[in-house]
Structures are given as C-alpha cells and as structure tokens.
Design a binder for this molecule. Sequence first.
Ligand SMILES: Nc1nc2c(c(=O)[nH]1)N[C@H]1C(S)=C(S)[C@@H](COP(=O)(O)OP(=O)(O)OC[C@H]3O[C@@H](n4cnc5c(N)ncnc54)[C@H](O)[C@@H]3O)O[C@H]1N2
Ligand code: MOO
Length: 401
Amino acid sequence: MSLLPVEEAQARLFALATPLPARPMPLGEAIGRYLAEPLLAGRDQPWTDLSAMDGYAVRYADIPGPWTLAGEMAAGAVPPAQAIAPGTAMRIFTGAPMPAGADTVVLQEDVEARVGTVRMTGDGPGELGRHVRPRASDFALGDLLLPAGTCLGPPQIALAALAGHAELPVRPGPRVIILSTGDELVPPGAPCPPGKLPASNGIMLRAMIEGAGGTILDERLTPDDLPALTDALRAAGEADIIVTSGGASVGDHDLVRPALEAAGGSIDFWRIAMRPGKPLIVGRLDRAIVIGLPGNPVSALVTGALFLLPLVRHLAGASDAVPRPQAARLGADMAGVGNRTDFIRATLKDGIATPLGYQDSAAMRAAAQANALIIRPAGAAPAQAGDTALTLDWATLGLAG
Ligand SMILES: Nc1nc2c(c(=O)[nH]1)N[C@H]1C(S)=C(S)[C@@H](COP(=O)(O)OP(=O)(O)OC[C@H]3O[C@@H](n4cnc5c(N)ncnc54)[C@H](O)[C@@H]3O)O[C@H]1N2
Ligand code: MOO
C-alpha cells in the first residue's frame, strides 16, 4: 500500500484549487482576509515635515536662542508660505506641520516662554532635525507597502487607511459544507444512549473553518448508508469545499469513497504517510473540492489543521497558506518512527516541546491540553531530550482559541 508524503499531498491538494475571485471590500470588513493585489501608497506619509513633539519650531543654527515668538501651528493647520525669520520660534504641537525655515523642535519642557520671548532653560535638542518627522519618512506615494497574499490584521488595515484607501481587493472566504458521517453520532448535548457518541468533529471543524475566514453553508450528521451519503454529497456540490469526517478508512461501513464516486465525483488521492490521519481522502465533486477527514477526533484535528485550513487560506488568497514549522528542543526522549510521519501532541513552553503521555488518535483530552505538534519524520531514529525537533504550535496551525 503506497502512502503519499504529507508535503506531496498538500501540493496535490493546492493544485486542485484556484483562489476565489477578488472584489473590493470596505476596510472594516477586510479584516482577516488576504490582499488580492499589492497594497500601494496613495499618498506620502507624513504629507510634509511634521513636529513629533509639543514645543517650539526653530532654526537649529539659532540654538540656544532666545527667540521671538512668531505664531502657533497645531495639527491640521497648513503652514504659512513665508519662512520664519532667523531668531524667531513658532509654537508647535505634535503632528503639526513644520513652518518653512524651521528644521528642529525644542521641547516645551526645556524652555520658558514669556511675553513673546522663548528662552532655553533645559538641554537643547542636540542635533539638527530633532523631533521632526520628515515628509514621506514612513512611506512615499506609489511605494509598495504589502505584497499580495498578506493577511490583513489590525496593523495592515491601519496602514491601508493611512495610505489613502477606503476599501481593499480581497477574496471571500470559501463556503464549506461539513458532513459528519457515522450511525453512532448524536448532536452535542443530545441524549446519548449506549452505542451512541456525541459528534465532536463537526463543531470543531466549524470553529476551525470560521476562524480561518471560511463560511459554513451547512453542517449535518449523515448515517453510514451509501444512498443517504451519496445524496448528501450530491446536494453539497455548490460549496467550494465539502468536508466529511469518518468513513474514510477500509471498514465495511467506511463509505465516503464509494459515495463520492456514486455522486459523480472523483478521488484524487487517498492515504497519507502520517500518524494520525492516514486515511485522508481528497477529491472533487462538481465545483467543490472534497476533503474526507478520518473520524477519530485527533486525526480529524491534525488533518484539518494540515490540509483543510491551508486549503481554506489558499482559496482565500493567502501567500503562506501552509503553516511553517519552527525548531524547538525536545523535553523528553522519543522513540524511532515507522513509515508514517508522526505528529505528536505536545506542550511547547520556553522553546521546549514535551510530548503528552497518551497519543491515541481518539484521545481528545490530550489534544485539548496540548498547544503544539512535534513533527517526527517517517524513518527518524530515536531522539533524546534536548535534541532539536520541528514543531507547529496551535497559533501557527490556526487552532488557538
Ligand atoms: N483495518 C484497518 N482499520 C483501520 C485503519 C486501517 O488502515 N486498517 N485505519 C485506522 C485509522 S489510522 C483511522 S484514523 C481510523 C479512521 O477511520 P474512519 O475515517 O473510517 O473513521 P470511523 O471509523 O468512521 O471513525 C473512527 C472513530 O472516530 C469516531 N468518530 C467518527 N466521527 C466522529 C465525530 N464526528 N465526532 C467524534 N467522533 C467521531 C468513531 O466513532 C470511531 O470511534 O480507522 C482505523 N481503522
Ligand atoms: O491515522 Mo489514524 O488517524 O492513526 O488513527
């Protein structure tokens, strides 16, 4: 049985997916989305030389004064065309434009101003241009501020506003339908008689997808019944992504692959060299990409974080859709690895990644106590505490609360 390496599977998944079409969106709604085009500066920032402090605008050559007070400039004012004369100072406030002729600001704490005369009482500004923000020192008209594919968080939105934009070209988040398969499942909180199990994957996947900017069109339980699952898949074909959980493996009741084919879809690949997560299925149905996650809750979590969320980000236009591992030191000895890359649930603190004791792919308690995965590549030799290992923390994976 051949198992696809994780990176190869991620590349094949992305090859199926074209980022969704972009449209302009108001800044306030673009948060969490990805720039579809590079962000260019529509103005100089600052638009002219501005004072960075409250004080007096002077000619550096005139220091240490005294100066005759020539007027006042506040933020929002436009400076007079005429330059201030030698020996004069202009009262100035933070953010106000420097009057022509002045090149330095003396802090108000360092002077005494009385009846039209300003005298130094403290240290001078020390250097020419002190406390002045030069024109375009942050950015100049036409500058490339952010590349396409950048995630728009609060600082990027603020930059776009300063750069003169009211809206930005972004792609909508993909629309997703979640089908949790299994006769044993009942909705969370519903009566759970013997033989039944609260369905946890749907609510987890919903939270993950919405956190990554996707929209859930529908989330439902489907029984282990070929016609019912085929119908549910067929009805989901208008989504951008169909996610199933469960029924991905080789058992008699594992029906996602036959149902996908019966619904007219196709399977691109199945089974990955990873643990947990081996039975992952990727295929197509109409315009949708189908990701069949394993039913075990931790397998669904890990494959969701390594395949589903990167796909959501890729369709939304992210340039760095696949989470990038970071090195850490192991907090414990670790066994050698078989033919599947291990994604070990761990706690990561102060650069030390310590595996949690119970690593079963249904052990959700350990997964919920973890905050990172340790990546142990297929075929790796045993490792000792203190060795370097690659890790993916919950924030990088999009799993932080
Ligand atoms: N003979 C073999 N058996 C199995 C293999 C194999 O290669 N040969 N692979 C194992 C691996 S690895 C995994 S992972 C599981 C996954 O199988 P399925 O995707 O078919 O998952 P199910 O059998 O439907 O369910 C597994 C487990 O998870 C529970 N489950 C299912 N859905 C949910 C849900 N929405 N919320 C919470 N828990 C859920 C289900 O009750 C089962 O206990 O297969 C191995 N078997
Ligand atoms: O790949 Mo499975 O997720 O090990 O139990």
